[in-house]
Write a protein that binds this ligand. Structure first.
Ligand code: BGC
Length: 429
């Protein structure tokens, strides 16, 4: 078969962000950032205070780091050595959900069960030793309202998490209680940070000129160091919860997808760009091309990545992936179109993410030239998705012009763990 040309072109058009729209989105992001600094209620950005600034790089000592942000839970014992150096002494990891075996993130689980499972993993990381004292830094990658570095209340689950009894609660209290239930009173949680904050702390621990930290993975979000230049306030990292940014141009696939999601109306930017959702949007568009609108084939962003990289003469990999998910066998021309569709979605994602970075850069610069800086990013989409990095660079140069020469992106791999340990160290200041 061959896809209908007009229909295909229309869909590509709907997923394309042209230069003007890119500028508008970056400007709107900056506007919401400013509004949010004055009054968060008037902004689609939550602008959550983290109660932490940048590390000095001289933080030292042994800490526990809990990384709780996706289905894979990790606990690390980390030795900070100062001068940006560190050593991972132990690392344990377990998924919060194993299909058909257990599920701590679904609506049938409870907060206690979830945190008991976490406490067990902490116990593994300290080899069951209930005597040596540890401070624990907790990277909790969901929107949380903080009143100090310890005290963070979950506002709302994202990434389709649905465990009842956690929203509205102080997550470190839930953790402390679970640790206590298991006799682990030698571990003291002292800091909670978002994963974007962890990425920024980890990157700034190792090098100067980093003010923006971002996650571009299953979920998406960005934080930055607000200098509070015109006030007496100390500089502080703000977690923008930029995945909730709304001033976008969603197409009908985005709208339909949002309506069918766990939390309609929330996380609109995240639903257009992150790994958790891109595969599904891709599947919705493909269903329309295959005359099966409304079908959900279960495509993932990993499928998209494998589709894009196939440069074999007959596009065999594309054909196999599509037929595995849809039961349909495509000819070469259609396989190439499928590749174009996947690429177009990735390029849109990278451009929208970059518009948000530039909104922040414009805000930091005021009317001056761009600050020399590295934007620290962690996450599988940034690290592994073909076309993502180069389209971020392309969009940076479109939006910043000459100034883009002083801005680049750096991969901060595993920043969530290291950042949590740094936050635990900083909690002692
Ligand atoms: C959460 C953020 C988090 C991001 C990346 C989003 O769903 O709301 O808090 O930083 O995912 O993990």
């Amino acid at each position: 078969m061959a896809f209908e040309k007009n229909q295909f072109d229309d869909i590509i058009e709907e997923f394309t962000v042209n230069g003007d729209t890119l500028h508008e989105i970056a400007a709107d992001f900056r506007y919401d950032l400013r509004k949010g600094l004055q009054n968060p209620d008037e902004s689609s950005l939550r602008m959550l205070k983290s109660y932490v600034g940048l590390p000095t790089g001289r933080e030292t000592g042994e800490y526990l780091a809990l990384d709780f942000g996706g289905t894979n839970l990790r606990v690390l014992r980390i030795q900070l050595k100062g001068e940006g150096k560190f050593e991972i002494l132990k690392k344990v990891a377990k998924p919060l959900k194993v299909e058909g075996v257990y599920d701590f993130i679904g609506p049938d689980s409870t907060a206690e069960q979830m945190f008991d499972f976490i406490a067990e993993l902490v116990d593994e990381a300290i080899d069951g030793d209930h005597t040596k004292k540890y401070l624990l830094g907790h990277t909790f990658s969901f929107p949380s309202e903080q009143s100090d570095l310890y005290n963070a209340k979950l506002i709302i689950w994202t990434k389709e998490f649905a465990t009842p009894g956690v929203e509205g609660k102080v997550v470190n209290d839930l953790l402390k209680e679970a640790l206590h239930r298991q006799g682990i009173d030698n571990v003291e949680p002292t800091a909670v940070i978002n994963d974007t904050v962890a990425v920024l702390l980890a990157a700034a621990y190792k090098q100067p000129d980093v003010y923006i930290g971002s996650i571009y993975a299953t979920g998406h979000n960005t934080c930055y160091l607000e200098p509070y230049a015109d006030s007496a306030d100390e500089p502080m990292i703000l977690n923008l919860e930029s995945g909730g940014f709304m001033k976008l141009v969603p197409n009908r696939f985005d709208e339909a997808f949002d309506q069918a999601s766990e939390k309609p109306g929330e996380q609109r930017l995240e639903k257009m760009v992150s790994g958790r959702y891109m595969g599904e949007l891709f599947g919705m568009a493909l269903a329309e091309l295959l005359g099966e609108s409304g079908k959900s084939y279960g495509f993932t962003s990993i499928d998209m990545s494998n589709i894009i990289v196939d440069d074999s003469g007959n596009r065999q990999q594309v054909q196999q992936i599509v037929s595995g998910r849809t039961g349909r066998t495509l000819d070469l021309a259609d396989c190439q179109q499928v590749q174009k569709l996947a690429s177009t979605l990735v390029i849109r994602s990278a451009r929208l993410v970059t518009a948000s970075y530039v909104g922040i850069i414009w805000q930091l610069n005021g009317t001056d030239k761009a600050l020399k800086q590295h934007i620290a990013i962690d996450g599988s989409v940034y690290e592994k998705m073909p076309l993502a990095k180069e389209n971020i660079m392309q969009a940076l140069s479109e939006l910043l012009g000459e100034d883009s020469a002083v801005v680049d992106t750096v991969l901060e791999n595993g920043g969530s763990g290291l950042g949590a340990a740094i936050a635990a160290a900083m909690s002692q200041r």
